[in-house]
Design a protein around this ligand. Structure first.
Ligand code: NCD
Length: 503
């Protein structure tokens, strides 16, 4: 592996291998020993760049790098960097690789930052690995590794338990990575039960639960049968609405009463830190509270991850998959016979098909969509958009006697065709679209299946906190799930409507 961006990028065996290696690193971390490994290079460098505050992740990553025998440079305080001069994120990433970073451990306030950095390195051929140390509210996969290392060390297994999450489930990136981990483990073992306690404003969004069976409640009593309770701080900095913040702050506190009256006697209380009132100060040193030992396991977990990334940095990285869109030809005939039909007044084409030589008619677009498709094609497809080259016909009747609401927009391209890459995005925007291609004396009517992905740079991510909206070079890319477009960077699903509105 070259990068460590999300648990979702891996199969379970690989994750279990890393956890096993992390277990082997525990004694080195605890005794300040240095494991020997042949590929180690004492001049190689780990750069730790925390663009958001960090204590545990920063210090344990530095410690892990040093115990692995690598040089470590931690960049602390963005005011001392050129980011304070508004240098772009991607330029900063290039600078670090060019100046000798072998492994970059990075935290950003924007979702998708680490993924974006890894893609820049792969594209430019840098042998620099990226470790995601938290990207906005999205993911924090190294924290999930140390959480499950902790569970492994305490229970001797990483399945067959009931785990409860309490606090800010919506914005807590650590919990999102824990859920990725559980999803992976449950695919094989199927015996981790998940409980969640939060108020509605801090609850998981529906899309964050896809593929998971999460039982939810707003009462701590609900966690009475949990073997493990993971509490999390309210992620104050992610709330733009202060009223919402008020509703979620201070709602839950695991205190002496909860420990003695509500939770199981052998429950383990975990917390990624920093803690708020959700783990009451009065139980800080209680035997159930293992958050201190948990943070200690951050060192061996990150040692294992750094070793893998360092060794994998020279490896080949699979190219990003192209967006695919299956096209089905539903009519193919000579332009001549088509023209005869047009003369005879059959079919909708009698209204608008002026093309006989070369061109395209994009039909069955909903009312108002013609202009949007024209805009997309002019902006991205390199088509000539001057008068006479692209016509939009609004509200064309699709068949005789069709009621007005069935009127459709049509876009006519004269003397030009769209590239294959544009069928998918237009199909995503307009489910009924038909593509009529006139070329070399043949008329072909094509329907497109829903594409598997939307290529980079055509649509914007509607999530303002996505890295793609925070760097002048960054371009959003989506994969399509059902009729939702999921951003490859911030991982949020967006409806067709949201994507169209942000065009
Ligand atoms: C967490 C983080 O930064 O996401 N802390 C950590 O890395 N251990 C949790 C938090 O900030 O609440």
């Amino acid at each position: 592996m070259k990068h460590f961006i999300s648990i979702q990028d891996f199969g379970l065996d690989e994750i279990l291998d890393i956890l096993e290696e992390a277990q082997e690193m525990v004694s080195y971390a605890e005794e300040r020993g240095q494991p020997s490994w042949p590929a180690r290079n004492p001049l190689a460098k780990v750069t730790v760049l925390m663009m958001e505050p960090s204590t545990r992740t920063r210090i344990s990553t530095c410690q892990a790098g040093e115990l692995m025998g690598l040089r470590v440079e931690a960049i602390v305080g963005m005011d001392a960097t050129s980011f304070a001069k508004k240098e772009s994120f991607i330029d900063g990433m290039r600078t670090l690789a060019e100046e000798g970073t072998d492994v970059l451990a990075v935290r950003t306030e924007w979702a998708g930052g680490a993924r974006m950095a890894s893609e820049v390195y792969d594209r430019m051929g840098y042998a620099t690995s990226v470790i995601n140390c938290g990207d906005g509210p999205n993911r924090h996969p190294t924290q999930a590794m140390l959480n499950f290392l902790t569970i492994m060390m305490r229970l001797g297994r990483v399945h067959d338990f009931c785990i409860g999450f309490v606090g800010d489930l919506r914005y807590s990136r650590t919990i999102h990575s824990d859920l990725d981990m559980i999803q992976l483990l449950n695919q094989r073992f199927g015996d981790i039960r998940i409980k969640a306690v939060s108020v509605p404003e801090a609850a998981l969004y529906e899309w964050q639960k896809i593929g998971l069976d999460v039982q939810e409640s707003d009462s701590l009593e609900f966690l009475s049968d949990c073997d493990i309770v993971c509490a999390t701080r309210i992620q104050k900095e992610r709330y733009t609405d202060k009223n919402e913040l008020k509703k979620v702050q201070g709602r839950y506190s695991i205190d002496v009463r909860a420990l003695s009256k509500v939770l199981r006697d052998n429950v383990l209380i975990m917390h990624p830190g920093p803690r708020g009132p959700e783990v009451a100060p009065e139980i800080s040193e209680d035997r159930h509270v293992i958050m201190w030992k948990q943070m200690g396991y951050g060192v061996p977990a990150r040692m294992a991850i750094i070793r893998r990334c360092f060794e994998g940095r020279l490896g080949k990285v699979a190219a990003l998959e192209d967006a695919l869109c299956v096209l089905k030809t539903i009519v193919e005939e000579s332009v001549e016979s088509r023209l005869v039909k047009r003369e005879a007044g059959e079919g909708a084409f009698r209204y608008f098909m002026p093309i006989t030589e070369r061109g395209m008619v994009i039909g069955h677009l909903s009312l108002g969509a013609g202009d949007r498709v024209k805009h997309l094609l002019k902006k991205h497809a390199g088509l000539r958009g001057d008068e006479g080259c692209i016509h939009v016909h609004e509200g064309v009747k699709v068949a005789k006697g069709t009621p007005d609401e069935r009127r459709k927009d049509v876009v006519v391209l004269e003397g030009q065709h769209i590239g294959q890459g544009f069928y998918g995005p237009i199909r995503f925007m307009e489910p009924d679209v038909t593509f009529n291609v006139i070329k070399g004396g043949t008329f072909t009517k094509v329907k497109a299946d829903m594409p598997n992905a939307l290529p980079a740079g055509i649509f914007k991510c509607p999530n303002d906190d996505c890295i793609t909206n925070r760097d002048p070079e960054a371009k959003a890319r989506f994969y399509v799930q059902g009729d939702m477009a999921v951003c490859s960077y911030c991982c949020r699903p967006h409806s067709r409507q949201d994507i169209i509105e942000k065009m």
